[in-house]
Write a protein of this length. Structure first.
Length: 217
């Protein structure tokens, strides 16, 4: 299986010190920075957009893992790619032509991720698995940090990992929502290898929290 990587979500950061905190994450050993873009339509909240991604690019050379929680993501993909996204993840529920959206991400030079909400069946991914780099199995309903992980989502992670192994696919499986120091090993055992975590990294000392996660991998 692929290496386990930590992808702290800056949704829970102090926005007044965003650059400094992203730098701290990188220095503490996080390999990815998870960037939650929310449009107030696909999800109930608005977070931040392109200028923030552009600005943060100068603070770190770590992988920018951009999670687009927006309706009709094709409208924004080329701009986020140009702003410095390395991975662009779209929701299967947000686009009418998922195959076209995935191809657009790849054409823009980014790794392509597809996210599915808790209630969405894994079957939507079946024909696309050869063409995506990562699947994001949401472990909460998207829109807010600090929620509690929905247990049945881990069954989906297990099923997906088993299915990928059967097909000989070495895919990144990302999980997002409610991941803590207490449950992260269970999540990895289920088959996830890209671990998003927001509140558990940003409440308290960021460096200590990152180190503690890395020790548990
Ligand atoms: C939720 C976002 C998450 C969120 C995770 O819609 O996609 O990335 O920031 O936050 P925690 O780890 O606090 O659940
Ligand atoms: Zn996210």
């Amino acid at each position: 299986m692929r290496d386990v990587v930590l992808a702290p979500s800056i949704l829970s950061a102090d926005f007044g010190k965003l650059g400094e905190q992203v730098k701290e994450l990188s220095q503490a050993g996080a390999s990815y920075v998870h960037i939650d873009v929310m449009d107030g339509a696909f999800v109930p909240t608005i977070s931040f957009g392109l200028p923030v991604v552009k600005t943060l690019r100068s603070w770190t050379d770590k992988v920018f893992d951009v999670h687009l929680m927006v309706e009709e993501p094709d409208r924004f993909i080329p701009d986020y790619a140009a702003a410095g996204a390395d991975i662009l993840t779209v929701h299967a529920e947000s686009t009418r032509h998922l195959d076209r959206t995935v191809r657009l991400i790849r054409d823009c030079g980014c790794r392509a991720g597809v996210a599915i909400n808790p209630a969405t069946n894994l079957q939507v991914l079946e024909y696309l698995l050869d063409d995506v780099d990562m699947v994001l199995v949401m472990t909460v309903n998207p829109g807010f940090g600090g929620q509690v992980l929905i247990p049945y989502c881990l069954d989906k992670v297990k099923k997906l990992r088993q299915y990928c192994e059967k097909r000989g696919l070495d895919l990144d499986i990302e999980v997002d929502g409610g991941i803590t120091h207490e449950n992260v090993q269970k999540v990895i055992a289920a088959g996830a290898n890209v671990i998003v975590t927001g509140s558990a990294v940003f409440s308290g000392n960021i460096t200590d929290n990152v180190h503690q996660f890395l020790k548990l991998f």
